[in-house]
Design a protein around this ligand. Sequence first.
Ligand code: SF4
Length: 366
Amino acid sequence: MRGAAAAPVGRTVAVRVGALTVGGGAPVSVQSMTKTDTRDVGATVRQLRALERAGCQIGRVAVPDRGALEAFARIRGKVSLPLVADIHFDHRLAIACIAAGADKVRINPGNIGGTARMQEVALRAQERGCAIRVGVNAGSLEREIAAKHGGATPAALVESAQRAVRDLEAVGFTAIVVSLKASSVPHTIAAYRLAARALRYPLHLGVTEAGFGLAGIVKSSVGMGTLLADGIGDTLRVSLTDSPLVEVRVGREILASLGLRREGVEIVSCPTCGRCGVDLRRTARAVARALADVAEPLTVAVMGCPVNGPGEAKAADVGLAGGRGKAVIFARGQVLKTVPESRMIAALTGAVREEAARRRRARGRG
Ligand code: SF4
């Protein structure tokens, strides 16, 4: 029973999803799911490409019926992003999506129709190098497991995942990723903590039905952030009643806040107070917008006054400390120059681009 063997928390095997590696110490990847009607191939392809440009690393598409299946085959030919087919109820759709080139299929052990069908999917996936996500959901748990545990408890979710993993392993299939979606943040955290001890496969993090707006972002950040800070989680999807581009942005910010995302600019900006000498709210937003295309991992401080400004600006890769109507620009801990407020955004973004270019050159020489 390899799937239930105890493993050090956070240690998972590596699973290939297209060109991407999930688990095994690979950087935590961000995924999202299209919200178009899958049968609308043009709209779905446009959304997947927009997701890829926004930093999404795995795209998932719902395949609820034969019409969506035909569309999935055409979509597959038009996008390079690793693609997951999301399947419920009908294992034949999963098999057909594997034949159409899916990099991973998501199946729900609670509704796919039992061991034999799951194993049939696994055998086809094995032939094609396709991964399988065992997506356990509190709302559709196997009846006998829920009855045994008195409901969809964290232990019940993990037992459902372990049973599915054993079924897959029984036919020699090990390209497995597991998710456990519970109804609340505390239950989700408890379920993943149990799973991290019980399973050696990569964990796909998610807080299901998180909602929208600030509440949805907070729930997702607290749920996933708590687990990631403990070293649990190999890939994540933020689920919001919003554009999938927002989901990707939030996912990337969660990783950046924990130092788990190693590309792009991280802005450190102060909350401002009565000492602030420049228009910092506008400045911080303008700087973030202007540097959205910078891929180098750089910390950029945008600070309002001489209290904490110089310290934070020196500690960052590049920084700005405001004063009365002027700002001091820092790079690599040294003062570069002092500029009037009207020129500070251009001076800071210019210094960031120079630093990014310097690092690229240094890597080229190395
Ligand atoms: Fe206030 Fe200065 Fe601190 Fe910003 S850096 S919060 S302006 S004291």
